[in-house]
Write a protein that binds this ligand. Structure first.
Ligand code: FAD
Length: 371
């Protein structure tokens, strides 16, 4: 049957990661009778290269979406250590509130299941092409939708098919992670800045009782990182973590400092597809959830004006934070500035708590500028 003969979807979401599931959930919470499809090329549960860390803001957005139970057995992260690029000194602190560690294989499957429980249809297909026809978006000449949300991650096909092009390379990172055994009773986050030719770069080890998530990331792919250089850096920093080589997996990080792109016409972009990864930490689940939630609401509230409504909601919610991060990302390129910050933070509690707050998602933003 051709797409013209079938009932159109009110919203079709491409990609069922955190951004896509949040979009489907929020749309169905706002309009329970809406016809919503969530299309992913993978079968769930599926792995996703990630540090598996969830900040305060990510946890708060899960609460806002009414799905806090997805964190039911997440491992609480209550303390961290940051080592300056030159090795010592170290900034160690406890967190006033827990962050969480939950494998994406588990988190994403639970979020997609929550969207289905609210009425979304979860379909398995790789989306390749979009076209606009008679006020509808035609998806692979197979489905029609009033609004499409592109939540298909870094290297988004939806973004390419609406002609918004690739993200600037200097504002794109690359990170790789692997899993090692847990350290019962020694949970926490160990961050180590990595000087040398991958700079700006850092490595992390999230320790839980049952597993350790270890990784390294560079925040500028014009340093020409390869899988080999990243794996070597990982072993140099965390050689004792006994990482299973089969678990190593990497992905690009489209950083928000390169300018988020929120869509075109009836196609809205969210999460990594919109380039919303934090340029200081590489964290992207928080903004994936928020952007997905706001896009989902806008899509069902006013299908013909969904993009301006989504843009406005993003300005209000994240504009100020994204502008601050863009500014801070410039300083991040200077190794001495990062060392000075870690040294100062090691001796100044107020500064340490400001750094922690920023890394955990910061205060809600006010009006700013988004692309
Ligand atoms: C190594 C590494 C470590 C990281 N660590 C952290 C961390 O600790 N904390 C954090 O918050 N962030 C972290 N991030 C960033 C975070 O993983 C991303 O920002 C986040 O996954 C973005 O979510 P998303 O829903 O936009 O995209 P994704 O999670 O990438 O989901 C995209 C979905 O789209 C599907 N898809 C793709 N193409 C198509 C297509 N053509 N058709 C149909 N389906 C498609 C995919 O199968 C996938 O399910 C890390 C990233 C990396 C690479």
């Amino acid at each position: 049957m051709s797409a013209q003969n079938v009932q159109p979807y009110d919203l079709l979401v491409v990609g069922a990661g955190p951004a896509g599931s949040a979009a489907a959930l929020a749309a169905l919470q706002a309009a329970p009778a809406a016809r919503v499809a969530l299309v992913d090329r993978a079968a769930f549960p599926r792995d996703k290269a990630c540090g598996d860390g969830l900040t305060w803001s990510a946890a708060a957005t899960l609460r806002e979406l009414g799905v806090s139970e997805v964190l039911r057995d997440a491992f609480p992260i209550d303390g961290f250590t940051i080592t300056a690029p030159a090795g010592a000194p170290r900034l160690s602190s406890t967190l006033p509130r827990s962050a969480y560690l939950l494998p994406r294989r588990v988190l994403d499957a639970r979020l997609a299941a929550a969207a289905v429980a609210h009425g979304a249809e979860l379909l398995r297909a790789r989306v390749r092409r979009l076209a606009v026809e008679d006020g509808y978006v035609l998806v692979d000449e197979r489905w029609r939708a009033r609004v499409v949300v592109g939540a298909d991650g870094a290297g988004s096909s939806v973004r390419a098919s609406i002609g918004l092009g690739a993200h600037p390379r200097r504002q794109t990172g690359l990170a790789i992670r692997g899993y090692g055994p847990g350290r019962p009773g020694q949970g926490g986050l160990d961050v180590r800045f990595i000087p040398g030719r991958l700079w700006p770069a850092y490595g992390w080890a999230f320790h839980s009782d049952t597993f350790t998530n270890v990784g390294v990331g560079t925040f500028d792919v014009t340093t020409c990182p390869t899988r080999l250089t990243l794996v070597e850096a990982l072993h140099a920093q965390f050689g004792d973590a006994a990482v299973d080589p089969a678990s190593l997996s990497g992905r690009l990080l489209p950083l928000s400092s390169g300018g988020p792109r929120l869509g075109l016409g009836r196609v809205l972009l969210v999460g990594d597809a919109a380039a919303l990864v934090d340029p200081l930490t590489g964290e992207g689940v928080h903004t994936a959830l928020i952007s997905g939630m706001l896009a989902g609401r806008a899509a069902v509230a006013a299908p013909g004006a969904a993009l301006p409504a989504y843009r406005h909601a993003m300005q209000v919610r994240l504009g100020r934070r994204l502008r601050r991060l863009r500014w801070a990302a410039t300083g991040y390129r200077h190794r001495r500035a990062v060392t000075a910050l870690v040294v100062a933070g090691a001796h100044n509690r107020g500064l340490a708590s400001t750094i922690t707050g920023l890394a955990m998602g910061g205060a809600p933003g006010t009006v700013g500028h988004l692309g």
